[in-house]
Every structure is written in C-alpha cells, then in structure tokens.
Design a protein. Structure first.
Length: 59
C-alpha cells in the first residue's frame, strides 16, 4: 500500500522541483544533430568500404 501512495507523491515532488529549476537552451552544434538512420544496404556498403574491413568470405 505504501508503494501505491509513494509513486504519485514522488511524481508530484519531481514535477514541483523541475518547475523551479533553471532552464538552459540547447546550442545548435554537430553534436546535437540527429542523423537519419541508414538503410541496411547503405550500412553494408559503408562497412565494406571501411579501411579495416575484412574481405567477404561468402562472395
């Protein structure tokens, strides 16, 4: 029963504390850019062209 009451209580405390905290803006940078995922054939082609790639045994 204590856990049932503690979860909403903890959520309310967290919400109140997050509201009073200082907010910072995110600076646009190469580190904050989300790159699109490559498709499977693009990943395989990039892996095959990598300098440390081993030759494919099944071709």
């Amino acid at each position: 029963v204590g856990a049932i009451l503690a979860i909403p209580g903890a959520a309310m405390i967290q919400a109140l504390l997050s509201n009073t905290g200082t907010r910072h803006e995110v600076i646009d940078s190469d580190l904050t850019v989300v790159k699109p995922k490559l498709r499977r054939h693009q990943r395989r082609a990039a892996r095959a062209q990598h300098p440390t790639a081993e030759p494919d045994a099944d071709t």
